[in-house]
Design a protein around this ligand. Sequence first.
Ligand SMILES: *[C@@H]1O[C@H](CO)[C@@H](O)[C@H](O)[C@H]1NC(C)=O
Ligand SMILES: *[C@@H]1O[C@H](CO)[C@@H](O)[C@H](O)[C@H]1NC(C)=O
Ligand SMILES: *[C@@H]1O[C@H](CO)[C@@H](O)[C@H](O)[C@H]1NC(C)=O
Length: 443
Amino acid sequence: MNILADVDLSRSASSMAICPVLSVQPTRALVDEKFKIAVRNLHPEQEVTLHSLHQSEDKDYWEAFGHYTSDENGTVSVTEYASMGGTYTGVEPMGLLWSMRPVPGSRHGLRLRKRDVMSPMVVNISIFSGHLTQGFSEKDALSTVVTERWYLAPGVQRVDVREQGVKGTLFIPPGPGPFPAVLDMWGGGGGLVEYRAALLASHGFVTMALEYLSPEEERTPNLETEYFEIAYHILQSHPQVCPDRVAALGLSFGTSVTLTMAAYSKTAQPRCCVCISGSHVHPINKSLFEVFEHMKRNMLKARIDENNHVIWRDVILPIPTEPDMKVDVGQIKCPVLIVIGQDDQNWATVESTEDIQQMMERSGNGHLLTVLSYPGAGHLIEPPYTPHVRFSNFITQQQRQKVLMLWGGQTKPHADAQEDSWNKILLFLHTHLHQDTPPAARL
Ligand SMILES: *[C@@H]1O[C@H](CO)[C@@H](O)[C@H](O)[C@H]1NC(C)=O
Ligand SMILES: *[C@@H]1O[C@H](CO)[C@@H](O)[C@H](O)[C@H]1NC(C)=O
Ligand SMILES: *[C@@H]1O[C@H](CO)[C@@H](O)[C@H](O)[C@H]1NC(C)=O
């Protein structure tokens, strides 16, 4: 008799008998909300794989998976049980999101970014029998739940801004207002990037995503600080905005803009600033065009690693001592929150932050500075659960050259940094934008 056939038969008989129940709660949520995934009605001690699948707007597939074994009652709880293998291990309730990566065979150098914030990011959560590591698309899942992850909460309005030469998008929370506001600026990659602004508006801040480097037009970014002041005033004078409660938030080069405004602007004085993965080092009193020309000359210090990934972090090193080569952060009069990753390979943010700290301490405004510095995190510190990419395709502003840029970071500590810093950024903004203004002089 054929024993192998017998074994096979009994196995298929038992897997036919089960009907696992997969639940994800909530199935519709903001991208920074946690979900709870559980499976019931499995066999005791059954090996299963939980798998997430997302098709990006560019039609690329991203996936993550974890290996679990059900308990004596045939249950798996992703919030309590450890993944024993897969794209993440350990007890990681949100591992199926932050450890997502392009499926094998995908295009190289992808980064997951949402363009259309009016639609959700759709993620299918599935359960498969056994501990699988590949070939998910050829197998039938035991069960699938379709989940929606939104940057935009219900009721948040999206408004195009094309005013006085300024290009941006305004997101306005629901309700009567007026609200505190945030001016949101991304880095040297350019373009109009809306998703973080949409998410900030979902947390109660009128937020304007500002474009200041256009990827489409060939025009050189010959912008003066005036452009940012006009943008600030458009936001500040919006009827739904409390004019004395406007913050500036920047990532990467957006930090240089933010610090410049806070230190020097006579007319655009943010109530507080959030600076993610940036620096105060750039020539002062120059147009953006001249700043980028200067950076270009220092590109000799850029390196290329053995994987052909471009490393920019040395470009601004050593930190200059000349006063016209860095923002005089000693002049800043508002609270500043700096968020950096200690494995940032793109910009010398650790060295910059040390210098900022020393300059502010010497000038007597050191008490206004809070620094969040994360070991193992890279340059692209994004909203929580954004999949970590260590490198991705990047088009340089000056040469219009496509390179693979090394951002840095290790997946798990980077994901932890994103979650921790986002909560602290929201708390910082709430604290400084909602608290009462100092009492006015009595009449
Ligand atoms: C997710 O599941 C739905 C419903 O089964 C299906 O229509 C859709 O194609 C799936 N998405 C992906 C990316 O496979
Ligand atoms: C299994 O169910 C029993 C009865 O409800 C319960 O006492 C036990 O704690 C459960 N086991 C696990 C691992 O949850
Ligand atoms: C920038 O320009 C202003 C106004 O002309 C001037 O007062 C200031 O000293 C300049 N700063 C530097 C660092 O050159």
